[in-house]
Design a protein around this ligand. Structure first.
Ligand code: FAD
Length: 476
């Protein structure tokens, strides 16, 4: 019996729960990936992300061939294309892993109905990319959590699954069936350029399963042991850079968890254990935001907290452009934005700094920033990105009301030698460190190197934000 396995953000054959479940039902498991115009034609798609994804698909096709099967590629609306392909190939069942995003949940439920109508089974509801599925982590009153710390306590106390079996010894389509697949939309994998997305620079992480596993090994052999101490310094390579692999499931989350347990076993001191624990907490943040998106899909539409729902955000195209281009005149903010524009990746500390700056200093709606991040990031992910923006804008679930980052104190603390600023803001390369980290660069020096004057005054702006925030609180 043929089973179709529909890959979405699980672009690997190892430690893939749905795929392993499919293989346990039949040896004839054929993969399919659908390039969905509903997604690719949105205006928040980053060329770097599509490039990474296509690279992952290329690697995945190779892996399928190695184990005796195929990965088919469709470029069509999955609502019609998946049931049509399954019916044409007389598939017994279609399998996939659930995804928390509102679009995916609605799409998947519609497709299950279409499959049922054709007598094709949809078996097993598999969760794959998070360590616990949303219904598993609930408060004592059986409610979803809206605060991270109690979520974490519950989450970490639960046993975690081991990695599942890698697909092997599979059987692919016969030649005749491959012809039928072609007639029903199966195409050769296009390049990102074919799809209209141009990215000609190196990727922060090479695409595919093997590269992700290599990166995990490298990280869990070294930087994880100092993660808590090093992770906040953007000039240091102190984080895993696995985020794109997580986003597209080039790596299995259970495999990652197992690697952290092994690191814990290898570490002798309490200090290193704390470092590893801190990284595990980031993995839990990822689950937390995915659970949040599943339980509260309205998060995707805007502010979660009442106080920020009708906030009088300012419309200022000039400020927004300066922020996007890294030309605000605040060196740490500009370095961060230029890093993202160049690499498609930004250090977490800097994501928080620039998000605070856009919302609390420029008083611009966080949804604009959220979208710009999606247009640029290799790891752009609705749940994590929305969670990060809501956190920074004080509009999200977290009860602590106001986080206003002072760009100067952030730079002094986390880029004390100005290394990161020098790397990304080339015109400031030979300036005194003191100028760089305090942002107090004399006007003449700015003019001499062509670096912008500060577009706003941080102290004035944050006072204005606090005033508006107070008014909103009083009005509800
Ligand atoms: P590491 O420090 O090595 O962390 C390991 C993994 O844990 C990450 O790869 C990621 O999957 C997860 N993780 C870490 N921090 C967070 C977090 N705060 N929330 C959710 N998951 C986390 N992350 C994305 O993957 N996609 C996004 O679109 C995204 N947008 C963000 C926007 C803002 C405003 C902020 C403040 C944060 C955002 N993050 C996002 C979270 C975080 O910045 C990145 O996951 C991290 O910088 C990726 O680098 P890394 O893989 O080296 O992380």
């Amino acid at each position: 019996d043929l089973i179709l396995f529909w890959h979405r953000r699980d672009l690997r054959i190892s430690d893939n729960t749905g795929l392993a479940a499919a293989r346990s039902h039949s040896s004839k498991v054929v993969g399919v990936f659908c390039l969905d115009p509903n997604i690719l034609e949105r205006d928040d798609i980053a060329p770097v992300r599509v490039t990474y994804m296509i690279g992952c698909l290329q690697a995945l096709q190779k892996r399928y061939a190695e184990v005796g099967s195929q990965l088919l590629i469709l470029h069509a609306n999955p609502l019609q294309a998946i049931p049509a392909l399954a019916a044409a190939l007389k598939a017994k069942a279609v399998f996939w892993n659930w995804d928390v995003e509102p679009y995916s949940l609605i799409r998947d439920r519609t497709i299950i109905d279409a499959l049922k109508e054709q007598g094709i089974q949809f078996l097993d509801q598999n969760w794959d990319q998070i360590l616990h599925f949303p219904e598993e982590i609930r408060s004592g009153l059986n409610q979803p959590y809206t605060v991270y710390t109690p979520f974490w306590k519950n989450w970490i106390s639960k046993p975690k699954a081991n990695p599942v079996a890698t697909l092997e010894n599979a059987e692919g389509l016969t030649e005749a069936e491959a012809e039928i697949a072609k007639l029903n939309g199966a195409i050769a994998l296009p390049t990102a350029k074919d799809l209209g997305f141009l990215w000609d620079r190196d990727l922060v992480i090479a695409p595919g399963e093997a590269a992700a596993l290599e990166k995990l090994e490298e990280f869990t052999n070294s930087a994880i042991y100092e993660y808590k101490e090093q992770r906040d310094f953007p000039a240091v390579n102190g984080t895993s850079q696995l985020s794109a692999a997580f986003k597209f499931g080039a790596i299995g989350i259970r495999t990652v968890w197992q690697a952290t347990l092994e690191a814990l076993q290898n570490s002798r001191s309490d200090e290193t254990q704390i470092n590893i624990r801190t990284w595990q907490q980031e993995i839990a943040w990822r689950d937390f935001y995915q659970h949040a998106m599943y339980n509260f899909p309205e998060l995707a539409e805007g502010a979660f907290r009442e106080t920020l729902k009708n906030f009088p955000w300012q419309i200022n195209e000039e400020y927004f452009q300066a922020w996007c281009e890294g030309k605000t005149g605040y060196p740490i903010v500009d370095a961060a934005m230029r890093q993202m524009n160049e690499l498609g990746w930004m250090h977490n500390r800097c994501r928080m700094i620039v998000a605070s700056f856009l919302t609390k200093d420029l008083l611009i709606n966080p949804q604009l920033g959220e979208k710009y991040f999606m247009q640029k990031l290799i790891d752009g992910d609705l749940s994590a990105n929305n969670g990060g923006w809501q956190w920074s804008a004080s509009s999200g679930m977290d009860p602590k009301p106001l986080r206003i980052f002072n760009p100067a104190s952030q730079a002094q603390k986390f880029d004390p030698e100005g290394e990161y600023i020098r790397e990304w803001v080339s015109e400031l390369r030979s300036m005194d460190t003191e100028y760089l980290v305090t942002g107090k660069i004399p006007a003449s020096e700015r003019d001499a190197v062509g670096y912008p004057h500060p577009i706003v005054d941080h102290n004035l702006q944050q006072r204005q934000f606090k005033g508006l925030y107070q008014q909103q609180r009083e009005s509800i």
